[in-house]
Design a protein around this ligand. Sequence first.
Ligand SMILES: Cc1ncc(COP(=O)(O)O)c(C=O)c1O
Length: 363
Amino acid sequence: MNFKDFINPGIESIQPYEPGRSLDEVIQEFNLSKVIKLASNENSLGASKKALEIVQSAKDLHYYPDGSGEALKKVISEHENIAKEQIILGNGSNEVLELAAAAFLNSETEAIFSEHAFVVYKLASKVRGCKFHEVPAKNFGHDLDSFKNYINDSTRVIFIANPNNPTGTYNTHAQVHNLLSSIPDHVLVVLDLAYFEYVEAEDYVKPYELLNEFNNLLLTRSFSKAYGLPALRIGFGVGHPELIEILNRIRQPFNVNTIAQKAAIAAIEDQAHIKQSIENNSMQKQYLQSELTRLGLTSLESQGNFIAVKVPIPGRDMFNKLMKEGVIVRPIDLYGMPDYIRVTIGAPAENKFFIQILEKVLN
Ligand SMILES: Cc1ncc(COP(=O)(O)O)c(C=O)c1O
Protein backbone atom coordinates (compact mmCIF):
# COMPACT_ATOMS: atom_id res chain seq x y z
CA MET A 1 0.00 0.00 0.00
CA ASN A 2 1.21 3.52 -0.69
CA PHE A 3 -0.34 6.98 -0.68
CA LYS A 4 -1.77 6.45 -4.19
CA ASP A 5 -4.09 3.75 -2.84
CA PHE A 6 -5.76 6.28 -0.61
CA ILE A 7 -6.76 8.87 -3.18
CA ASN A 8 -10.12 10.37 -2.25
CA PRO A 9 -13.14 8.61 -3.75
CA GLY A 10 -14.31 10.23 -6.99
CA ILE A 11 -10.87 11.44 -8.07
CA GLU A 12 -9.73 8.16 -9.71
CA SER A 13 -11.81 8.76 -12.82
CA ILE A 14 -10.91 12.43 -13.30
CA GLN A 15 -8.91 13.40 -16.38
CA PRO A 16 -6.95 16.64 -15.93
CA TYR A 17 -8.74 19.61 -17.54
CA GLU A 18 -7.65 19.95 -21.17
CA PRO A 19 -6.95 23.65 -21.78
CA GLY A 20 -6.77 25.18 -25.27
CA ARG A 21 -3.32 24.87 -26.95
CA SER A 22 -1.19 28.00 -26.59
CA LEU A 23 0.03 30.05 -29.54
CA ASP A 24 3.72 29.58 -28.67
CA GLU A 25 3.35 25.79 -28.40
CA VAL A 26 1.69 25.50 -31.80
CA ILE A 27 4.07 27.93 -33.55
CA GLN A 28 7.02 25.84 -32.36
CA GLU A 29 5.54 22.41 -32.95
CA PHE A 30 4.41 23.05 -36.53
CA ASN A 31 7.03 25.64 -37.46
CA LEU A 32 4.37 28.11 -38.57
CA SER A 33 4.76 31.85 -39.06
CA LYS A 34 1.08 32.69 -38.54
CA VAL A 35 -1.11 31.08 -35.90
CA ILE A 36 -4.41 32.32 -34.49
CA LYS A 37 -6.05 31.06 -31.33
CA LEU A 38 -9.81 30.68 -31.30
CA ALA A 39 -9.80 28.00 -28.64
CA SER A 40 -10.65 29.41 -25.22
CA ASN A 41 -13.49 31.90 -25.71
CA GLU A 42 -11.25 34.86 -25.03
CA ASN A 43 -12.01 38.41 -26.15
CA SER A 44 -10.14 38.89 -29.41
CA LEU A 45 -10.20 42.66 -28.97
CA GLY A 46 -8.10 42.16 -25.84
CA ALA A 47 -8.49 43.85 -22.48
CA SER A 48 -9.47 47.46 -21.93
CA LYS A 49 -6.49 49.82 -22.43
CA LYS A 50 -7.29 51.26 -19.02
CA ALA A 51 -6.92 47.83 -17.42
CA LEU A 52 -3.64 47.28 -19.28
CA GLU A 53 -2.29 50.57 -17.93
CA ILE A 54 -3.00 49.36 -14.40
CA VAL A 55 -1.06 46.16 -15.02
CA GLN A 56 1.87 48.01 -16.58
CA SER A 57 2.16 50.46 -13.70
CA ALA A 58 1.76 47.85 -10.94
CA LYS A 59 3.57 48.65 -7.72
CA ASP A 60 3.55 47.76 -4.00
CA LEU A 61 3.74 44.08 -4.83
CA HIS A 62 5.35 43.42 -1.45
CA TYR A 63 1.98 43.98 0.24
CA TYR A 64 -0.72 41.33 0.38
CA PRO A 65 -3.88 42.17 -1.57
CA ASP A 66 -6.96 43.59 0.14
CA GLY A 67 -8.36 40.26 1.31
CA SER A 68 -11.96 41.42 1.11
CA GLY A 69 -11.58 43.38 -2.14
CA GLU A 70 -13.53 46.34 -0.76
CA ALA A 71 -12.78 48.83 -3.56
CA LEU A 72 -13.71 46.39 -6.32
CA LYS A 73 -16.83 45.20 -4.51
CA LYS A 74 -17.92 48.85 -4.20
CA VAL A 75 -17.52 49.39 -7.95
CA ILE A 76 -19.33 46.13 -8.75
CA SER A 77 -22.14 46.98 -6.35
CA GLU A 78 -22.65 50.38 -8.01
CA HIS A 79 -22.43 49.00 -11.52
CA GLU A 80 -24.78 46.08 -10.86
CA ASN A 81 -26.99 47.95 -8.40
CA ILE A 82 -26.63 45.38 -5.64
CA ALA A 83 -25.32 45.46 -2.05
CA LYS A 84 -21.65 44.78 -1.30
CA GLU A 85 -22.75 42.07 1.14
CA GLN A 86 -24.20 40.14 -1.79
CA ILE A 87 -20.82 39.86 -3.54
CA ILE A 88 -17.95 37.42 -3.20
CA LEU A 89 -14.81 37.76 -5.33
CA GLY A 90 -13.20 34.69 -6.85
CA ASN A 91 -9.96 33.66 -8.53
CA GLY A 92 -11.93 33.41 -11.74
CA SER A 93 -15.63 32.61 -11.53
CA ASN A 94 -14.35 29.05 -11.51
CA GLU A 95 -13.32 29.50 -7.89
CA VAL A 96 -16.83 30.63 -6.94
CA LEU A 97 -18.23 27.45 -8.53
CA GLU A 98 -15.69 25.46 -6.52
CA LEU A 99 -16.63 27.28 -3.30
CA ALA A 100 -20.29 26.36 -3.80
CA ALA A 101 -19.30 22.73 -4.30
CA ALA A 102 -16.97 22.79 -1.28
CA ALA A 103 -19.70 24.24 0.93
CA PHE A 104 -22.56 21.92 -0.04
CA LEU A 105 -21.35 18.75 -1.75
CA ASN A 106 -19.94 15.62 -0.12
CA SER A 107 -20.26 11.84 -0.43
CA GLU A 108 -23.76 11.89 1.05
CA THR A 109 -25.21 14.54 -1.25
CA GLU A 110 -26.13 14.91 -4.92
CA ALA A 111 -25.66 17.46 -7.70
CA ILE A 112 -27.56 17.97 -10.95
CA PHE A 113 -26.41 19.48 -14.23
CA SER A 114 -27.05 18.96 -17.93
CA GLU A 115 -25.47 16.71 -20.48
CA HIS A 116 -22.96 18.81 -22.53
CA ALA A 117 -22.69 21.30 -19.62
CA PHE A 118 -19.48 23.15 -18.74
CA VAL A 119 -17.11 20.46 -17.44
CA VAL A 120 -16.20 22.11 -14.14
CA TYR A 121 -19.54 21.09 -12.56
CA LYS A 122 -18.68 17.44 -13.06
CA LEU A 123 -15.12 17.93 -11.85
CA ALA A 124 -16.21 19.80 -8.73
CA SER A 125 -18.81 17.11 -7.99
CA LYS A 126 -16.41 14.23 -8.51
CA VAL A 127 -13.79 15.79 -6.24
CA ARG A 128 -16.39 15.99 -3.45
CA GLY A 129 -17.30 12.33 -4.01
CA CYS A 130 -20.98 13.19 -4.44
CA LYS A 131 -23.45 11.46 -6.71
CA PHE A 132 -24.34 13.54 -9.76
CA HIS A 133 -26.99 13.42 -12.46
CA GLU A 134 -26.32 14.57 -16.01
CA VAL A 135 -29.78 15.35 -17.32
CA PRO A 136 -30.18 14.46 -21.03
CA ALA A 137 -30.04 17.60 -23.13
CA LYS A 138 -32.83 18.80 -25.43
CA ASN A 139 -31.50 20.07 -28.77
CA PHE A 140 -28.12 20.33 -27.01
CA GLY A 141 -29.58 22.77 -24.42
CA HIS A 142 -30.37 22.33 -20.72
CA ASP A 143 -33.82 20.75 -20.33
CA LEU A 144 -34.67 22.50 -17.06
CA ASP A 145 -38.19 21.05 -16.92
CA SER A 146 -36.72 17.58 -16.46
CA PHE A 147 -34.19 18.69 -13.83
CA LYS A 148 -37.01 18.48 -11.27
CA ASN A 149 -37.26 14.71 -11.82
CA TYR A 150 -33.77 14.20 -10.41
CA ILE A 151 -34.30 16.09 -7.15
CA ASN A 152 -34.51 14.19 -3.87
CA ASP A 153 -33.74 14.84 -0.19
CA SER A 154 -30.00 14.54 -0.86
CA THR A 155 -29.89 17.07 -3.69
CA ARG A 156 -27.82 20.09 -2.71
CA VAL A 157 -26.69 21.89 -5.86
CA ILE A 158 -28.04 22.40 -9.39
CA PHE A 159 -25.55 23.93 -11.83
CA ILE A 160 -26.91 25.81 -14.84
CA ALA A 161 -24.62 27.35 -17.45
CA ASN A 162 -26.54 30.15 -19.11
CA PRO A 163 -25.38 30.45 -21.84
CA ASN A 164 -23.70 27.07 -21.77
CA ASN A 165 -20.18 26.38 -22.95
CA PRO A 166 -19.55 24.59 -25.38
CA THR A 167 -23.05 24.58 -26.93
CA GLY A 168 -23.87 28.32 -26.73
CA THR A 169 -27.45 27.39 -25.82
CA TYR A 170 -29.35 29.41 -23.21
CA ASN A 171 -32.36 29.15 -20.92
CA THR A 172 -35.06 31.79 -20.78
CA HIS A 173 -36.08 33.78 -17.71
CA ALA A 174 -39.34 31.83 -17.58
CA GLN A 175 -37.56 28.46 -17.67
CA VAL A 176 -35.17 29.36 -14.84
CA HIS A 177 -37.98 30.99 -12.86
CA ASN A 178 -40.14 27.88 -13.24
CA LEU A 179 -37.35 25.69 -11.97
CA LEU A 180 -36.65 27.91 -8.97
CA SER A 181 -40.37 28.06 -8.14
CA SER A 182 -40.76 24.31 -8.19
CA ILE A 183 -37.75 23.07 -6.23
CA PRO A 184 -37.38 22.71 -2.46
CA ASP A 185 -35.47 25.40 -0.54
CA HIS A 186 -32.73 22.96 0.43
CA VAL A 187 -31.44 22.97 -3.17
CA LEU A 188 -29.02 25.72 -4.20
CA VAL A 189 -29.15 26.79 -7.85
CA VAL A 190 -25.83 28.01 -9.21
CA LEU A 191 -26.51 30.10 -12.29
CA ASP A 192 -23.25 30.44 -14.20
CA LEU A 193 -23.35 33.67 -16.20
CA ALA A 194 -19.78 33.68 -17.57
CA TYR A 195 -20.99 34.85 -21.02
CA PHE A 196 -23.75 37.15 -19.68
CA GLU A 197 -22.55 40.29 -21.50
CA TYR A 198 -22.77 38.70 -24.95
CA VAL A 199 -26.36 37.46 -24.77
CA GLU A 200 -28.76 38.98 -27.31
CA ALA A 201 -31.91 36.90 -26.71
CA GLU A 202 -34.71 39.09 -25.40
CA ASP A 203 -36.22 36.41 -23.20
CA TYR A 204 -32.89 35.78 -21.43
CA VAL A 205 -32.77 35.71 -17.60
CA LYS A 206 -32.99 38.87 -15.56
CA PRO A 207 -30.75 37.56 -12.80
CA TYR A 208 -31.38 40.23 -10.18
CA GLU A 209 -35.15 39.78 -10.47
CA LEU A 210 -34.61 36.11 -9.64
CA LEU A 211 -32.31 37.02 -6.77
CA ASN A 212 -34.95 39.32 -5.28
CA GLU A 213 -37.37 36.41 -5.21
CA PHE A 214 -35.17 33.42 -4.34
CA ASN A 215 -32.55 33.08 -1.59
CA ASN A 216 -31.32 29.67 -2.80
CA LEU A 217 -29.62 31.19 -5.83
CA LEU A 218 -25.97 31.96 -6.53
CA LEU A 219 -25.01 33.89 -9.66
CA THR A 220 -21.47 33.65 -10.99
CA ARG A 221 -19.92 36.26 -13.26
CA SER A 222 -16.56 36.40 -14.99
CA PHE A 223 -13.98 39.01 -15.97
CA SER A 224 -12.42 36.47 -18.36
CA LYS A 225 -14.77 36.81 -21.30
CA ALA A 226 -16.18 40.18 -22.46
CA TYR A 227 -13.98 41.96 -19.88
CA GLY A 228 -10.89 40.39 -21.43
CA LEU A 229 -8.93 39.59 -18.26
CA PRO A 230 -8.60 35.77 -18.12
CA ALA A 231 -4.87 35.95 -17.42
CA LEU A 232 -5.54 37.76 -14.15
CA ARG A 233 -8.07 35.16 -12.89
CA ILE A 234 -10.93 37.13 -11.50
CA GLY A 235 -14.69 36.71 -11.25
CA PHE A 236 -17.44 37.15 -8.68
CA GLY A 237 -20.48 35.53 -7.19
CA VAL A 238 -23.72 37.24 -6.17
CA GLY A 239 -26.20 35.82 -3.70
CA HIS A 240 -28.08 36.39 -0.47
CA PRO A 241 -25.72 37.83 2.20
CA GLU A 242 -26.16 34.66 4.31
CA LEU A 243 -25.01 32.48 1.41
CA ILE A 244 -22.09 34.81 0.66
CA GLU A 245 -21.07 34.69 4.32
CA ILE A 246 -20.94 30.88 4.18
CA LEU A 247 -18.81 30.91 1.03
CA ASN A 248 -16.48 33.50 2.58
CA ARG A 249 -15.76 31.08 5.43
CA ILE A 250 -13.96 28.72 3.05
CA ARG A 251 -12.45 31.24 0.65
CA GLN A 252 -8.64 31.55 0.73
CA PRO A 253 -7.82 34.80 2.55
CA PHE A 254 -6.05 36.45 -0.43
CA ASN A 255 -7.67 34.64 -3.34
CA VAL A 256 -7.72 37.61 -5.72
CA ASN A 257 -4.47 39.44 -6.35
CA THR A 258 -4.05 43.21 -6.16
CA ILE A 259 -3.45 43.75 -9.88
CA ALA A 260 -6.54 41.76 -10.81
CA GLN A 261 -8.69 43.77 -8.38
CA LYS A 262 -7.46 47.09 -9.74
CA ALA A 263 -7.61 46.04 -13.39
CA ALA A 264 -11.18 44.80 -12.91
CA ILE A 265 -12.18 48.24 -11.57
CA ALA A 266 -10.63 49.88 -14.64
CA ALA A 267 -12.35 47.37 -16.91
CA ILE A 268 -15.78 48.06 -15.39
CA GLU A 269 -15.18 51.79 -15.75
CA ASP A 270 -14.38 51.32 -19.45
CA GLN A 271 -17.85 50.28 -20.63
CA ALA A 272 -17.05 51.66 -24.10
CA HIS A 273 -14.66 48.74 -24.55
CA ILE A 274 -17.30 46.25 -23.43
CA LYS A 275 -19.79 47.77 -25.86
CA GLN A 276 -17.29 47.51 -28.70
CA SER A 277 -16.50 43.89 -27.78
CA ILE A 278 -20.19 42.98 -27.74
CA GLU A 279 -20.80 44.69 -31.09
CA ASN A 280 -17.83 42.92 -32.67
CA ASN A 281 -19.12 39.63 -31.35
CA SER A 282 -22.60 40.18 -32.69
CA MET A 283 -21.44 41.19 -36.18
CA GLN A 284 -18.79 38.51 -36.43
CA LYS A 285 -21.21 35.84 -35.22
CA GLN A 286 -23.42 36.68 -38.19
CA TYR A 287 -20.42 36.64 -40.54
CA LEU A 288 -19.26 33.23 -39.28
CA GLN A 289 -22.73 31.74 -39.37
CA SER A 290 -23.31 32.81 -42.96
CA GLU A 291 -19.87 31.58 -44.05
CA LEU A 292 -20.40 28.23 -42.32
CA THR A 293 -23.72 27.88 -44.14
CA ARG A 294 -21.97 28.70 -47.43
CA LEU A 295 -19.52 25.87 -46.69
CA GLY A 296 -22.45 23.51 -46.11
CA LEU A 297 -21.87 23.19 -42.36
CA THR A 298 -24.43 23.41 -39.61
CA SER A 299 -23.76 25.08 -36.28
CA LEU A 300 -25.63 25.60 -33.04
CA GLU A 301 -27.17 29.01 -32.50
CA SER A 302 -25.00 30.63 -29.87
CA GLN A 303 -25.56 33.35 -27.30
CA GLY A 304 -21.87 33.37 -26.36
CA ASN A 305 -18.61 34.41 -28.03
CA PHE A 306 -18.10 30.98 -29.61
CA ILE A 307 -19.90 28.62 -31.97
CA ALA A 308 -20.16 24.81 -31.93
CA VAL A 309 -19.80 23.67 -35.52
CA LYS A 310 -20.71 20.20 -36.84
CA VAL A 311 -17.94 18.92 -39.08
CA PRO A 312 -17.92 16.01 -41.58
CA ILE A 313 -14.95 14.25 -39.94
CA PRO A 314 -14.39 13.56 -36.22
CA GLY A 315 -14.03 16.89 -34.44
CA ARG A 316 -10.63 15.92 -33.01
CA ASP A 317 -9.31 15.18 -36.52
CA MET A 318 -10.63 18.53 -37.73
CA PHE A 319 -8.98 20.23 -34.75
CA ASN A 320 -5.62 18.63 -35.68
CA LYS A 321 -5.94 19.52 -39.37
CA LEU A 322 -6.79 23.15 -38.61
CA MET A 323 -3.96 23.38 -36.09
CA LYS A 324 -1.39 22.25 -38.66
CA GLU A 325 -2.58 25.14 -40.82
CA GLY A 326 -2.29 27.68 -38.01
CA VAL A 327 -5.80 27.82 -36.53
CA ILE A 328 -6.30 26.56 -32.98
CA VAL A 329 -9.92 25.64 -32.17
CA ARG A 330 -11.29 23.19 -29.62
CA PRO A 331 -12.41 19.58 -30.04
CA ILE A 332 -15.42 18.91 -27.79
CA ASP A 333 -15.59 15.12 -27.87
CA LEU A 334 -15.08 15.12 -24.11
CA TYR A 335 -18.37 17.04 -23.86
CA GLY A 336 -20.18 14.22 -25.67
CA MET A 337 -20.00 16.06 -29.02
CA PRO A 338 -17.49 14.08 -31.10
CA ASP A 339 -18.71 15.49 -34.44
CA TYR A 340 -18.27 19.11 -33.40
CA ILE A 341 -15.53 21.67 -32.93
CA ARG A 342 -15.93 24.84 -30.90
CA VAL A 343 -14.58 28.02 -32.40
CA THR A 344 -14.26 31.33 -30.56
CA ILE A 345 -15.68 34.32 -32.40
CA GLY A 346 -12.57 36.38 -33.04
CA ALA A 347 -11.68 39.74 -34.55
CA PRO A 348 -12.67 40.18 -38.23
CA ALA A 349 -9.26 39.22 -39.67
CA GLU A 350 -9.07 36.11 -37.47
CA ASN A 351 -12.51 34.91 -38.52
CA LYS A 352 -11.66 35.43 -42.17
CA PHE A 353 -8.46 33.41 -41.77
CA PHE A 354 -10.36 30.65 -39.97
CA ILE A 355 -12.92 30.41 -42.78
CA GLN A 356 -10.18 30.42 -45.41
CA ILE A 357 -8.32 27.56 -43.67
CA LEU A 358 -11.52 25.64 -42.94
CA GLU A 359 -12.48 25.81 -46.62
CA LYS A 360 -9.03 24.54 -47.59
CA VAL A 361 -9.20 21.65 -45.10
CA LEU A 362 -12.72 20.68 -46.21
CA ASN A 363 -11.72 20.44 -49.89
C1 LIG B 1 -19.56 28.39 -18.65
C2 LIG B 1 -18.30 28.81 -17.99
N1 LIG B 1 -18.32 29.08 -16.69
C3 LIG B 1 -17.22 29.45 -16.03
C4 LIG B 1 -16.01 29.56 -16.67
C5 LIG B 1 -14.81 29.93 -15.85
O1 LIG B 1 -14.34 31.18 -16.18
P1 LIG B 1 -13.35 31.99 -15.27
O2 LIG B 1 -12.92 31.13 -14.13
O3 LIG B 1 -12.20 32.35 -16.15
O4 LIG B 1 -14.14 33.19 -14.79
C6 LIG B 1 -15.92 29.29 -18.03
C7 LIG B 1 -14.63 29.37 -18.72
O5 LIG B 1 -14.45 29.04 -19.85
C8 LIG B 1 -17.10 28.90 -18.71
O6 LIG B 1 -17.07 28.61 -20.02
